[in-house]
Ligand binder design. Structure first.
Ligand SMILES: [Zn+2]
Length: 421
């Protein structure tokens, strides 16, 4: 059972004025510079911390139903699929515009602020009669998938809840093959996967949306596309495919995550709120003969960078601390949803909030939720007005980068080169 205080979560009392959803909360002090004696402690060491301020699966369902009701049909909540343990995965759609903006939260179940942010945006977009909300509804179709990994979210862990034997049952052609490389069956981030294994879902995607798993393609590796082995990644693929069939194109995809707890921006060395990123796919692989050459014409690198600029500016404009996420030119992660979708024409942005539940609990979660909301709403506005297409993509590189301490770097590279973003 949950403590009764849950009822007081800011989500449920949030006013509908957009400005109130974006201003830094008075109670939470901004991240102090490292030199300050009051600098908040940070640690990458997994430990048991309070998480009750985050919305759980049952509360999310209730809130979605509530938003659908008070929006008087403007927000349309639909079942889009079912998780491996039988939980319904929902889409909530608002707006009728030509531009399609798809966003997911909690593909890693211990990275939670995105869900609260999406519910707030849905509530505001669905009920506000402000000129801004009206324009967004007219010009954009906003499709939110909160908790794309509900089983992992309920277990408060990164992976979903699926065993290799179950996958082999779904795909008999994989009989006798070793598990996919992103299978989690030991211990990770303080979570024991030995009795309840799962997958890192954000390595299970493929730019070929019709891809069918082949025995020779597993176990694969991080520099190879994924296989759509899990019901959750299959659901996101189906949402994307149907949107594309209905609207012609998915213009934008945003994937909401959390990262290490001790990361700083490199301009003033402050602990950051949210880092953003465009897809990690090396340019050379899109040249003739390269492994992504067939996607050279559709790869939406420029738009991804323009959208990341919009996200960063939205975050900074409201007083939060943004940065560029580490992005070495050789970084190659085609199995991430954002990489696969970018290769086939969608501008994609990664949000990386500082700290996960096992390192920060819900410490600073209100501030982080508002920072995410500020980034997303600025992107919506810049897409709606068309301003985003005018940004010089190269200015992205001028934003502050990220400095990690050694523990944060180890955290990102942990688990056989499995980068834990
Ligand atoms: Zn993540």
């Amino acid at each position: 059972m949950h403590p009764p205080l849950r009822r007081l979560t800011p989500l449920l009392v949030a006013p509908l004025a957009l400005s109130a959803l974006l201003a830094p909360p008075a109670s939470a002090a901004p991240a102090a510079p490292s030199t300050s004696a009051t600098a908040p402690e940070c640690s990458e060491e997994p430990r048991d911390l309070p998480t009750w301020k985050f919305i759980d699966y049952r509360e999310m369902r209730r809130e979605l139903a509530h938003i659908e009701r008070i929006s008087r049909g403007r927000v349309d909540v639909k079942a889009a699929g079912t998780s491996n343990r039988g939980r319904t995965i929902y889409t909530a759609t608002v707006g009728t515009g030509k531009k399609v903006f798809l966003v997911t939260s909690e593909i890693h179940g211990n990275e939670k602020t995105g869900t609260t942010s999406l519910l707030r945006i849905l509530k505001w977009l669905g009920t506000s009669s402000s000129p801004e909300a009206k324009r967004l509804r007219r010009t954009v179709t906003f499709v939110a998938v909160p908790k794309i990994n509900p089983d992992g979210a309920e277990l408060d862990r990164r992976g979903n809840d699926n065993a290799w034997a179950e996958v082999q049952k779904d795909f008999p052609q994989l009989a006798g093959r070793p598990p996919a490389w992103n299978y989690l069956n030991t211990s990770l981030q303080g979570d024991d996967y030995t009795k309840r294994p799962g997958f890192d879902l954000n390595r299970d995607f493929n730019p070929n949306l019709k891809y069918v798993p082949k025995a020779a393609d597993v176990p694969g590796e991080s520099a190879q596309p994924g296989w759509f082995l899990n019901p959750e990644s299959q659901t996101l693929r189906d949402i994307y495919t149907k949107l594309r069939a209905r609207k012609g194109k998915v213009d934008v995809y945003v994937d909401l995550h959390h990262q290490g707890a001790c990361v700083r921006e490199d301009a003033q060395n402050r602990l950051l709120d949210v880092a953003v990123d465009y897809p990690p796919l090396p340019d050379t692989f899109f040249e003739p003969g390269g492994k992504y050459a067939q996607y050279a014409k559709t790869y939406a690198k420029k738009l991804s960078k323009q959208l990341a600029i919009s996200a960063f500016r939205g975050i900074e404009k409201r007083g939060y601390i943004g940065a560029r996420y580490p992005h070495a030119p050789t970084r190659d992660l085609p199995g991430q949803a954002r990489c696969s979708f970018a290769m086939i024409g969608t501008g994609t942005v990664l949000f990386e909030v500082r700290g996960q539940t096992q390192t920060m609990g819900h410490q600073m979660s209100e501030r982080f939720t508002r920072a995410v909301t500020a980034g997303l709403t600025n992107m919506l506005n810049d897409l709606s007005t068309g301003k985003v297409y005018g940004f010089d993509p190269d200015t992205y590189e001028q934003f502050p980068g990220t400095v990690e301490n050694s523990a944060a770097t180890a955290f990102r590279h942990a688990h056989d080169g499995h980068e834990l973003e």
